[in-house]
Design a protein around this ligand. Structure first.
Ligand code: ADP
Ligand code: ASP
Ligand code: MG
Length: 418
């Protein structure tokens, strides 16, 4: 039997009526002759609620128990989806991660897949079952503990199942009808793309466009999964939504194809760090060990202050998610206490956002940075940090200008036009 993977995100299973709506989409594919693996998220809001419960109980919580709690929303929707399908006369069975078992690393709250054995689910299909409903976002470690894959992880569960079971396609049903040039919530000029290249989607996702979890795009690219994003609230057919595919399948080519933002960033500056070989390692080693996801890094030129006995010093600035600032500060204080670094002070700016423009066309076009900076300066937006790579340019700006900056860049690169 040909097989499809269909994933329904939180808003698509937010209540019983929406689960029924999603189940009808599954029913339609079964009627077309497919066996279906359905991956479900928790009802929208449930995972956030559970994260709140954990944080309200324990500040420096045990990551194993965090995963035990926050993974539970998916168990509810998996069972309900199976029941709804059964009510429609479709032979369906649900699976929690450990039952498959979805084997992962034991990196709690950011676990990675090790293997997805097919035998139990294959056996059920062989018995005549048409649908296997699998709880997204979760797995099980070698120690037998429940793990989770990071926020938005059900996308990655879906792609991993599509790869493991050789699915014809992996359809990600969500609350928008595809991938847009930018988040359609920020500007109504955002334009839906029919296709987007894996590389661009990967950058957009990792720079904040949460429509797909970054890891899901990585897996789809590696295992050549046909990945599609489409709406669970509209009538859809095999041409709906946005196909994420290889670059050479795309005719339309613009220099910049999308704008992404990441709202909750922080900028941390270590003032007058002594400038000597090994200082960057002495700073960023402990940050990594503390689990701080350092993103942009800027080191100022080295200066020797008049009258100082200290020798050359430099300011070191990095950005990280705002909820990791406390951990970053503690790691730096511990490093000072251990005598591995010295500095005159830490300056934290917790009100910044990162805005990025992405496009594979940037590989062969100059001037993108100039256009970007000009557009921001026209809006009087000050740029605090800049980072570039082959197909993206990112800037850190005050959070209050985030929407304005996204709109200005969307206009500057004429993304509303096909
Ligand atoms: P789900 O719960 O279905 O996983 P998410 O909330 O994780 O849905 O992702 C869908 C959301 O991603 C959309 O509602 C939209 O606001 C946001 N988004 C951000 N950037 C983009 C983009 N470039 N294209 C489409 N949606 C985007
Ligand atoms: N429920 C999880 C989250 O909200 C996983 C997901 O929806 O993809 O992050
Ligand atoms: Mg999501």
């Amino acid at each position: 039997m040909p097989l499809l993977v269909m994933k329904f995100g939180g808003t698509s299973v937010a209540d019983l009526a929406r689960i029924e709506n999603a189940a009808k989409k599954v029913q339609a594919e079964v009627a077309r002759g497919y066996d279906v693996i359905v991956i479900v998220s928790a009802m929208s809001g449930e995972t956030n609620k559970m994260v709140g419960f954990v944080e309200g109980t324990s500040k420096l919580y045990d990551a194993r128990e965090y995963d035990a709690v926050v993974s539970s929303g998916e168990n509810v929707t998996a069972g309900l989806m199976a029941l709804r399908l059964q009510e429609m006369g479709i032979a369906a069975r649900s699976w929690q991660g450990w039952q498959v078992p979805i084997n992962t690393t034991s990196a709690h709250s950011s676990a990675r897949f090790i293997s997805i054995p097919r035998e139990h689910i294959d056996a059920k299909f062989a018995e005549g079952f048409k649908v296997a409903v699998v709880a997204g976002f979760q797995g099980v470690s070698a120690e037998g503990r429940i793990t989770t894959l990071g926020r938005g992880g059900s996308d990655t569960t879906a792609v991993a199942f599509a790869a493991a079971f050789g699915a014809e396609r992996c359809d990600i049903y969500t609350d928008v009808d595809g991938v847009y040039t930018t988040d359609p919530r920020i500007t109504n000029k955002a334009r839906k793309l029919d296709k987007i290249a894996f590389e661009e989607m990967l950058e957009l996702a990792s720079l904040g466009a949460k429509v797909l979890q970054t890891r899901s795009v990585e897996l789809a690219m590696r295992y050549k999964v046909r990945l599609r994003v489409l709406s669970s609230f509209e009538d859809t057919d095999e041409n709906s939504g946005t196909l994420v595919c290889d670059e050479d399948e795309i005719m339309e080519s613009k220099v910049v194809s999308g704008v992404a933002y990441s709202r909750d960033e922080a900028k941390v500056t270590l003032v007058r760090v002594e400038d000597r070989p090994g200082i960057a390692a002495a700073i960023f080693g402990p940050l990594a060990e503390a689990g701080v996801n350092v993103d942009m890094i800027v080191q100022n030129i080295s200066e020797v202050e008049a009258g100082s006995s200290k020798g050359a010093t430099t300011d070191m600035t990095f950005s990280c998610p705002v909820n990791q600032v406390a951990r970053a500060q503690k790691a730096m204080e511990d490093a000072v206490a251990a005598g591995t670094i010295t500095y005159d002070g830490i300056v934290v700016d917790s009100d910044v956002a990162k805005i990025s423009v992405v496009g594979i066309g940037m590989r062969s076009h100059a001037g993108v940075a100039a256009t970007m900076f000009k557009a921001l300066s026209k809006e009087n937006v000050n740029i605090k940090v800049i980072a570039t790579s082959e197909i993206k340019i990112s800037v850190l700006i005050d959070r209050k200008y985030m929407e304005l900056a996204v709109q200005a860049l969307h206009d500057a690169f004429e993304l509303e036009k096909a």
